[in-house]
Design a protein around this ligand. Sequence first.
Ligand SMILES: [Fe+2]
Ligand SMILES: [Fe+2]
Length: 377
Amino acid sequence: MKSDATAEPAGNWAVPLGGDALFTWDYDAGAEQMLSLYSRGKQRQWDAETRLDWGHEVDPDNPLGLPDTFIWIAGTPLWERLPEAERITVRRHLAGWLYSQFLHGEQGALVCAAKVVQTVPDIASKFYAATQVVDEARHVEAYQRMLHDKIKVHYPISAGLRGLLETTIGDSRWDITYLGMQVMIEGLALASFSIQRDRMRDPLARALNAYVLQDEARHVAFGRLALRDYYGQLSTAELREREDFAVEACWVLRDRFAGEDMWRNLDYGADECVALANRSPGQREFRRRLFTRIVPTLKDINLFGPRMREALRELGVLGFSRVDGAETSAEDERIADDIAALELAVRQREVSAAVARGAGSDDAGKDDAGKDEERPK
Ligand SMILES: [Fe+2]
Ligand SMILES: [Fe+2]
């Protein structure tokens, strides 16, 4: 039975927190790279309320401006059989399912970042992680607003994401929380958000994801910095446990994000839809972007022994180890800066035009323009 799935889920989900909260008495932080990441984290905060143009009206039938190539069943005989009204339902529900998972994932990141503040041993990392807590809260706010005000179709957390978050938050070893969140789940976020930024037609969806990605690039850099040294010191047996965790997460990320629960709800034959989704060009692009982010990071943090390489070969993604992960992150930062600069320029032109129109007759236009100056359109 198809449901509109518009009710926002209520209640709490309890996940036991593993591990100890660590204090340090060494306040002389020292770690230069971590401190510079902390500085960037402080300086590059942005406010979704003012940075984004929430007055923009999305197309209610296709709130993201989702091209058909990213509808996982488009171009198949099943899609051809669907009347236009059902295709609109698919566009709305796919947007709702995706942004619901983004929202729940961001809340997971918020909870994980807060745990990292408590469990990380050194003060510089605690400083940095505190900026990430605020980043993730702002992301939750932004995706919630997009979902609630613009998309208006809600889904509960998917089984794949729920399982990943549970093992990541619940593990008592601090580095597993880092590995699960900063490398694996952030990798999922980077792949999904970059598709939104680059492929959707709606300007609000594009801008929102560009700004979020800029923050996520710092988060992944933190994971790399924090884990690189630690994994260089572990025994073979300890490394094997981390590799097994990462490999398991890779399989889940590859196979469990095709919207199973959404297809069950839409009721066009869920098994067929999931099979079609898994073979679709949109999912192929998602996986390519996913492993472009994850594999270079695994190599960088020294989690790249023979077992790991064999598992990645089996997944068909070993070749991504040649990608420069730091360069990909730098590119995310540049794109967000470009969009912000472009939007500010457009806004300033509009402000100048409004001022020119209102000159000599009414000062109210100037006041309004000045108030909004921080918000590019
Ligand atoms: Fe985030
Ligand atoms: Fe993040």
